[in-house]
Design a binder for this molecule. Sequence first.
Ligand SMILES: [Zn+2]
Length: 441
Amino acid sequence: MAQINGKLSENPARLLQKLIRFNTTNPPGNETDCIKFIYSLLKEAGLEPVMLGKVPERQNLVVRLPGKKDAAPLFMYGHADVVTAANQEWQHPPFEGVIDEEFVWGRGALDMKGGLTMMLSALLRAWHEGVTPPGDIIFAVVCDEENGGVYGAKYLTEEHPDLFRGVKYAIGEMGGFTLHLGKKRFYPIMISEKQRCSFKLTVTGPGGHGSLPVRGGAAAKLAKILERLDKKRLPVQITPPVKMTIEALGQNMAFPASLIFRLLLKPSLTDRLLALLGDKGKFFDPLLHNTVSPTIIRGGDMINVIPGEITVELDGRLLPGLDKGEMIAQMQDLIGSEADLAVTYFSPGPAEVNMGLFETLSDILRESDPVAIPIPFVGIGVSDARFFCRLGIQTYGFTPMILPKEIDFSRLIHGANERIPLEALTFGVNSIYKLITQSAF
Ligand SMILES: [Zn+2]
């Protein structure tokens, strides 16, 4: 058994195939079988993993590769759950992990069982080779990332913070893979992310019988507010991590792109420039503003009754480092006094960025791909980094992959035909192995 597993750790594609075959679609998740499989691999290799969880079917795993204790521990983590593959047309079944000449196919190949495979393979390789890194390497596989992290990262950081004592830096998902811009190969490394801040807006007005129309009622008030939200943006705000991202892009682009990026950072010009850029500016818009999207509208439930109250829920996204109070004030300015505004959910994310490990990660990428241009970037979604930052841990998105132009990461994750090139998988294992063995953190 040990020998079979030994081989598995040397064959990342086969290991990834095994992980994909556990259907960990969340909800409901049911990650425990997958976690147990990783547990047995580590245990048979002679390491001492532990399994922890709020409930038996939603377990997490933490293991430590002992280092010399000359440096702080380095932390690597990833999630074992995946999003649904239902109602999508796949070339190969999503939970078979088909391996062909070029790719491993399946749900999670990129997000993020591929990343877990890289971390696990690199860790086992270092262990089998007797490597003793400067600091301990802590590896965690968590559940429930795709649905709020309550059973996963949130639980671990709240109930077992001691497991991560002394950690300054971590690597996690979203970053370290090729972004083709012009003829250049950029490698964005996520250094921070936006924060979720949801709102509920209530408008009221005279109700009554549907046969007797009212003017200026709740529906009419709501229409005006929704139109304002559609036409206007919240104010431009240039936050330090976004500034770093856009500056790094600008410095590595030729004219006129270099100039455009510089001007994007001038608040008086930002919105005009975004309008001129059209589709090309879409990616930068949410990095330069807090945003809200109306998603759930509830009003009357009878065709012949005019509702006296209508509520709208808004998915709000706050720029990193900003406080929700600022966003409430911006929202009130925009929607006016006709509606009642309440915050229904706020999950603070990373505030200050610590760039201490960034150069080490960049050097590794440049070693693996000599023309790599590593740049910092800010995620517009949320990840488990928001829980670990509460323990003072800076996460970098770093699951390194060299990707050909045809592979569009953002379209494949959560979509049909998710797959990872075999070359990218090897690239990732080797890069993370270098991180484990070479650097002092
Ligand atoms: Zn993910």
